[in-house]
Write a protein that binds this ligand. Structure first.
Ligand code: ATP
Ligand code: MG
Length: 145
């Protein structure tokens, strides 16, 4: 169905704030973006991105959600953190089922499924999903549909 993306982001961030409370979360972008997609699945992807951003970055650091229109038919959402980043040798595998960065996984618990599920959801919408290391620190996860 069709929904306002900023409303979804605001709700999801509000819930994540209650669960985490240790990061400063910023939201920016177009407040009028409408998306025709599965609302609850898209919320699940954002929630997975945010959960990772909180888990793999220090308390008190900033997390930013950004939404924008790319062209007539596509919108994008990204989550940027200031965390530990991902080694370039591993970054191509983070959407694989059960994949976890070996060094990271010694200090944080998880199944290696959140990003795999997220990529399945975005593929189900015929969209694109990706990640890049930021110039200074941390990573940016994004999808476009
Ligand atoms: P879960 O199944 O509970 O989500 P997980 O967080 O380990 O477990 P994914 O969310 O699929 O699994 O992430 C896969 C791996 O990618 C993580 O184990 C971690 O090594 C790396 N990763 C994911 N997000 C980030 C991030 N924001 N910063 C640094 N590394 C990350
Ligand atoms: Mg995860």
């Amino acid at each position: 169905s069709e929904f306002n993306l900023m409303e979804l982001v605001t709700e999801c961030v509000e819930q994540c704030r209650l669960a985490d409370g240790k990061h400063s979360i910023g939201i920016r972008g177009d407040e009028s973006l409408l998306l025709f997609a599965d609302h609850d699945r898209i919320e699940q992807v954002l929630s997975n991105f945010l959960t990772n951003a909180f888990k793999y970055s220090p308390e008190g650091s900033a997390v930013e959600v950004h939404i924008e229109r790319l062209d007539d038919s596509r919108v994008s959402l990204s989550v940027t953190d200031e965390g530990i980043g991902i080694p370039e040798a591993n970054i191509g595998h983070v959407f694989d089922r059960f994949f976890r960065v070996e060094k990271t996984s010694q200090n944080y618990s998880g199944m290696g499924l959140g990003l795999y599920i997220s990529s399945q959801i975005i593929q189900g919408h015929h969209g694109e999903i990706g990640v890049r290391n930021n110039p200074l620190k941390g990573v940016t996860f994004w999808f476009a549909i």
